[in-house]
Design a protein around this ligand. Structure first.
Ligand code: SF4
Ligand code: SF4
Length: 342
């Protein structure tokens, strides 16, 4: 069994964290079953967020009797002090607990600091003083904000996307966290569906022993895969190294990594998924992407106002507006083919 210590928090948990975003898409009964199975099998870190609809409620329902034995991290997106307290009290109630181990600012557009005029960081300190939270964390999709947070010394943990498709800058951020003794919670280790072999994802992350991946779990077979890694953690082998090399070659150039650095989009386009739809359709189950909801998300590309904001912020130098258009054209063709098969 491999454990990870989250930097200066001293929190030590199994290397397979449970990302509780997808359980909002399954029934309460199914979610409780998954959460309980995860816990019974040795998973002891659960990450949720106020905005993941009923995810916190399902965690509370499934695990409140073993509260002391697990670590819960959750998040607030609030930009006001009033909202911060409302979210925190709400999370405590729905999680059926009187403390949260790691309370995180959820992807803020700036790095909250004391005396920045928002009062948000002061609210975190007060919540800590009151014993409602143990540690202060931040999640982000933007490298500059993540770096600022780590260098500020104000945060105990950082949650950031990281996978074998990441580049050197992202690897350096992981190393910086290690140097500064900040816990690194790793989201999108499967790059939002682009990575299809979780053993390879796990093995790559094992090379960075300070990272704690939180796997988004929705189905029992996915959970079983991660549970199997508790006893038999995948390690880097020559075969896996070759596989990663090939993947990197296949996914070179004009492809979107789904990092979200370019978001938000003023036209409401979900760029981090829409700009790589061609890959998602062919590398992950296509049904969800072709659903009515999926179609509506892609149709939003028609609303692009060509502001250029995404292109300016893409660290991979992608011509994002054109990439979106190309993905949209391919999507429509793919959809027609699928419908004609029915
Ligand atoms: S160029 Fe289009 S897709 Fe990019 S941020 Fe502006 S509106 Fe959104
Ligand atoms: S377009 Fe660029 S910045 Fe936006 S999600 Fe894709 S890779 Fe990231």
């Amino acid at each position: 069994m491999v454990n990870v210590t989250l930097g200066r928090t001293g929190i030590t948990v199994n290397r397979n964290g449970f990302g509780a975003l997808p359980i909002q898409r399954v029934s309460t009964e199914e979610a409780v079953k998954l959460l309980r199975k995860a816990y019974d099998s040795g998973i002891n870190f659960f990450d949720s967020a106020k905005v993941y609809t009923d995810s916190e409620y399902k965690i509370g329902l499934a695990l409140s009797d073993v509260r002391e034995k697990i670590i819960i991290s959750t998040k607030t997106m609030s930009t006001t002090v009033e909202g911060f307290w409302r979210d925190l009290e709400n999370s405590l109630t729905t999680l059926k607990t009187d403390y949260i181990d790691i309370y995180q600012f959820h992807n803020p557009s700036f790095c909250p600091k004391p005396n920045d005029g928002t009062g948000l960081y002061e609210a975190m300190l007060e919540a800590k003083k009151q014993g409602k939270i143990r540690f202060i964390g931040i999640t982000n999709h933007r490298l500059s904000i993540a770096e600022e947070a780590v260098l500020s010394g104000l945060y105990d943990t950082l949650q950031f996307p990281f996978s074998y498709l990441a580049d050197k800058k992202d690897e350096n951020l992981v190393k910086l966290c290690k140097e500064k003794n900040i816990g690194y919670i790793c989201m999108k280790a499967l790059s939002g569906g682009l990575i299809t072999r979780s053993d390879v994802a796990y093995a790559y992350l094992s090379e960075f022993e300070n990272t704690l991946p939180i796997w988004g779990v929705q189905r029992e077979n996915e959970l079983d895969e991660f549970i199997s890694y508790i006893e038999n953690p995948p390690i880097m082998t020559a075969e896996i190294k070759d596989y990663i090399e090939n993947e990197r070659k296949e996914l070179v150039g004009e492809f979107c990594r789904g990092c979200g650095y370019c978001m938000p989009c003023p036209a409401g386009i979900e760029i981090n998924n829409c700009a790589r739809m061609s890959l998602l359709l062919r590398r992950s189950p296509a049904e969800g992407h072709l659903s009515e909801e999926g179609q509506a998300k892609m149709k939003k590309i028609e609303d692009c106002i060509e502001c250029g904001n995404c292109k300016a912020h893409c660290p991979y130098g992608l011509d994002t507006p054109n990439l979106l258009k190309r993905n949209y054209e391919d999507y429509k063709t793919f959809l027609v083919k699928e419908v004609s098969k029915e």
